[in-house]
Design a protein. Sequence first.
Length: 127
Amino acid sequence: MRLSGDRGAAPVDFVLVGGLLLTPLFLGVVQLGLDLHVRNTLVSCAGEGARYAANADRNLDDGAERTRQCITSSLRASYADDVHAAFTDEDGLPTVEITVRAPLPLVAFAGPSRALVVHGHALRETA
Protein backbone atom coordinates (compact mmCIF):
# COMPACT_ATOMS: atom_id res chain seq x y z
CA MET A 1 0.00 0.00 0.00
CA ARG A 2 1.36 3.41 -0.97
CA LEU A 3 0.97 6.50 1.14
CA SER A 4 0.14 9.69 -0.73
CA GLY A 5 2.52 11.72 1.48
CA ASP A 6 5.58 9.86 0.08
CA ARG A 7 4.99 10.97 -3.47
CA GLY A 8 7.99 12.90 -4.84
CA ALA A 9 10.28 12.07 -1.90
CA ALA A 10 12.82 10.09 -3.95
CA PRO A 11 13.90 12.99 -6.21
CA VAL A 12 14.24 15.29 -3.20
CA ASP A 13 16.34 12.70 -1.33
CA PHE A 14 18.49 12.21 -4.43
CA VAL A 15 19.17 15.94 -4.74
CA LEU A 16 19.95 16.39 -1.04
CA VAL A 17 22.25 13.37 -0.76
CA GLY A 18 23.81 14.03 -4.17
CA GLY A 19 24.63 17.59 -3.14
CA LEU A 20 26.30 16.38 0.04
CA LEU A 21 28.36 13.82 -1.86
CA LEU A 22 29.26 15.84 -4.93
CA THR A 23 30.22 19.11 -3.24
CA PRO A 24 33.37 17.71 -1.53
CA LEU A 25 34.30 15.86 -4.73
CA PHE A 26 33.97 19.06 -6.76
CA LEU A 27 35.98 21.07 -4.21
CA GLY A 28 38.68 18.37 -4.21
CA VAL A 29 39.03 18.55 -7.99
CA VAL A 30 39.23 22.36 -7.86
CA GLN A 31 41.92 22.17 -5.14
CA LEU A 32 43.91 19.63 -7.16
CA GLY A 33 43.75 21.99 -10.13
CA LEU A 34 45.05 24.83 -7.95
CA ASP A 35 47.90 22.65 -6.65
CA LEU A 36 48.94 21.72 -10.18
CA HIS A 37 48.72 25.34 -11.32
CA VAL A 38 50.98 26.49 -8.46
CA ARG A 39 53.50 23.70 -9.07
CA ASN A 40 53.63 24.22 -12.84
CA THR A 41 54.00 27.97 -12.40
CA LEU A 42 56.88 27.51 -9.97
CA VAL A 43 58.62 25.03 -12.29
CA SER A 44 58.24 27.39 -15.22
CA CYS A 45 59.55 30.38 -13.28
CA ALA A 46 62.51 28.40 -11.92
CA GLY A 47 63.41 27.29 -15.45
CA GLU A 48 63.11 30.82 -16.77
CA GLY A 49 65.34 32.15 -13.99
CA ALA A 50 67.92 29.41 -14.63
CA ARG A 51 68.01 30.19 -18.35
CA TYR A 52 68.39 33.90 -17.58
CA ALA A 53 71.25 33.29 -15.11
CA ALA A 54 72.96 30.92 -17.58
CA ASN A 55 73.59 33.72 -20.07
CA ALA A 56 77.25 34.72 -20.34
CA ASP A 57 76.59 38.33 -19.27
CA ARG A 58 74.42 37.43 -16.20
CA ASN A 59 75.08 36.07 -12.72
CA LEU A 60 73.21 33.97 -10.15
CA ASP A 61 71.58 36.96 -8.47
CA ASP A 62 70.07 38.03 -11.80
CA GLY A 63 68.51 34.59 -12.25
CA ALA A 64 67.13 34.49 -8.72
CA GLU A 65 65.64 37.96 -9.12
CA ARG A 66 64.09 37.01 -12.47
CA THR A 67 62.54 33.95 -10.80
CA ARG A 68 61.11 36.09 -7.99
CA GLN A 69 59.62 38.55 -10.49
CA CYS A 70 58.01 35.74 -12.48
CA ILE A 71 56.53 34.11 -9.36
CA THR A 72 55.27 37.43 -7.98
CA SER A 73 53.56 38.28 -11.27
CA SER A 74 51.70 34.95 -11.28
CA LEU A 75 51.19 33.99 -7.62
CA ARG A 76 51.34 35.54 -4.18
CA ALA A 77 54.58 37.25 -3.17
CA SER A 78 55.03 34.77 -0.31
CA TYR A 79 55.73 32.04 -2.88
CA ALA A 80 58.91 33.92 -3.91
CA ASP A 81 60.42 34.19 -0.43
CA ASP A 82 62.79 31.21 -0.68
CA VAL A 83 64.63 31.24 -4.03
CA HIS A 84 68.25 30.04 -4.28
CA ALA A 85 70.61 29.87 -7.24
CA ALA A 86 73.80 27.84 -7.58
CA PHE A 87 76.32 26.66 -10.15
CA THR A 88 76.33 22.88 -10.50
CA ASP A 89 77.74 20.20 -12.79
CA GLU A 90 75.39 17.78 -14.53
CA ASP A 91 77.28 14.92 -16.18
CA GLY A 92 80.37 17.12 -16.43
CA LEU A 93 78.51 20.06 -17.98
CA PRO A 94 78.38 23.42 -16.19
CA THR A 95 74.78 24.28 -15.30
CA VAL A 96 72.80 26.77 -13.30
CA GLU A 97 70.25 25.45 -10.81
CA ILE A 98 67.44 27.54 -9.34
CA THR A 99 65.67 26.03 -6.33
CA VAL A 100 62.32 27.36 -5.12
CA ARG A 101 60.77 26.30 -1.82
CA ALA A 102 57.18 27.42 -1.46
CA PRO A 103 54.03 26.61 0.50
CA LEU A 104 51.99 23.66 -0.68
CA PRO A 105 48.41 24.93 -1.04
CA LEU A 106 46.24 22.37 0.75
CA VAL A 107 43.19 24.50 1.49
CA ALA A 108 42.90 27.36 -1.01
CA PHE A 109 46.35 29.01 -0.83
CA ALA A 110 47.01 27.99 2.80
CA GLY A 111 49.31 25.12 3.59
CA PRO A 112 52.62 24.06 5.08
CA SER A 113 55.48 26.38 4.21
CA ARG A 114 58.45 25.10 2.20
CA ALA A 115 56.66 21.82 1.48
CA LEU A 116 56.82 22.28 -2.28
CA VAL A 117 60.36 22.21 -3.72
CA VAL A 118 61.01 22.68 -7.44
CA HIS A 119 64.23 23.02 -9.45
CA GLY A 120 65.07 24.71 -12.73
CA HIS A 121 68.23 23.88 -14.71
CA ALA A 122 70.00 25.43 -17.67
CA LEU A 123 73.39 24.94 -19.34
CA ARG A 124 75.78 27.77 -18.54
CA GLU A 125 77.19 29.82 -21.38
CA THR A 126 80.84 30.73 -21.44
CA ALA A 127 82.18 34.09 -22.52
